[in-house]
Design a protein around this ligand. Structure first.
Ligand SMILES: [Zn+2]
Length: 300
């Protein structure tokens, strides 16, 4: 199994019912999409991420006893489970919460990648998704009545019509298309300047992953694929995706970028690659693995 940022860490056991004992706990407290952390001074090193201009030299979660030790009234709290024996909680601070205590700040997850402890970083990705889901399902989507948290599983249930709402995960496939020693990379209009990546798209109702891959690649670049091979998957909390990555072989067609979706797409030789996504994403792990594979088989 390939380890990937945001996937559940080892020694974590998810839970819904909070333990009785009130000792130290890890608190993942979000205001909007930013996490509360204790922060060191800015690091002089480049971030390796075109979306992140600078990173702190270190960051860590505040260790708190319980929500009485918060300096604001949380909009919601959710028990997450236990990491290596330590209970973990998520909380949401209201938008008008007063500034955090000295030495603490709200920081975005991309900025905290490789700075925060890896296991804490992964659980922050879980926490932000659950907080967002909990906030978005306060009312029943069918009848509009206020929902209630279920005690025995991660769900909100409507007391009026019994509709249950579970945390939402949107599956998306990613395809890195190979043609001998070259790989097909494209760029979407919202990418940072110069950056290219593997192709990706959301799975539609009624589609298998293989069908989605073939459709997405055909739609985005007009190319037909074969020999699809599973690579790995990654939980992706921006905002609630499951990325499922594959390597495929080109079988036919010339590149025709889809207007509005793909600004540019090209075949790249592995020794002449453009700017790539950061190692936070499965896209980069997928590209690196295939580039290594091509180099090791001496196709280049
Ligand atoms: Zn209802």
């Amino acid at each position: 199994m390939i380890e990937m940022p945001f996937n559940s860490p080892a020694h974590f056991s998810a839970g819904v019912a909070a333990p009785e004992a009130a000792g130290d706990a890890l608190w993942f407290i979000f205001r909007g999409d930013r996490l509360l952390v204790e922060l060191g001074p800015p690091s002089p090193h480049p971030t390796g991420d075109l979306r992140v201009p600078a990173r702190p030299s270190w960051a860590r979660l505040p260790l708190l006893k319980n929500n009485n030790s918060l300096w604001f009234q949380p909009a919601r709290t959710l028990y997450l489970g236990v990491l290596g024996g330590i209970p973990c909680w998520a909380a949401e601070a209201p938008a008008d919460a007063p500034p955090p205590p000295a030495g603490q700040a709200w920081e975005g997850l991309r900025t905290l990648f490789s700075v925060l402890d890896d296991a804490h970083f992964a659980l922050a990705g879980r926490a932000i998704q659950l907080v967002d889901w909990d906030r978005s399902h306060r009312y029943c989507g069918r009848c509009g009545a206020p929902t209630e948290a279920k005690a025995e599983e991660r769900a909100r249930v409507c007391p009026a019509c019994r509709l249950s709402a579970y945390p939402r995960i949107a599956p998306a496939v990613m395809a890195l298309v190979r043609r001998e020693g070259e790989i097909l990379l494209g760029r979407s209009p919202h990418f940072p300047p110069g950056m290219y990546s593997a192709l990706a798209g959301f799975v539609e109702p009624g589609e298998s992953l293989e069908q989605c891959l073939a459709r997405e690649v055909a739609e985005e670049v007009g190319v037909q694929i074969s020999n699809t091979r599973y690579f790995a998957s990654q939980s992706w909390p921006f905002p609630h995706s499951m990325m499922i990555a594959f390597v495929c072989e080109w079988s036919s067609g010339e590149i025709r970028p889809q207007a509005g979706e793909i600004e540019a797409a090209n075949w790249f030789e592995v020794l002449q690659l453009p700017k790539l996504p950061s190692k936070i994403s499965i896209a980069r792990r997928l590209i690196d693995a295939v580039v290594e594979e091509i180099k090791s088989t001496n196709v280049v």
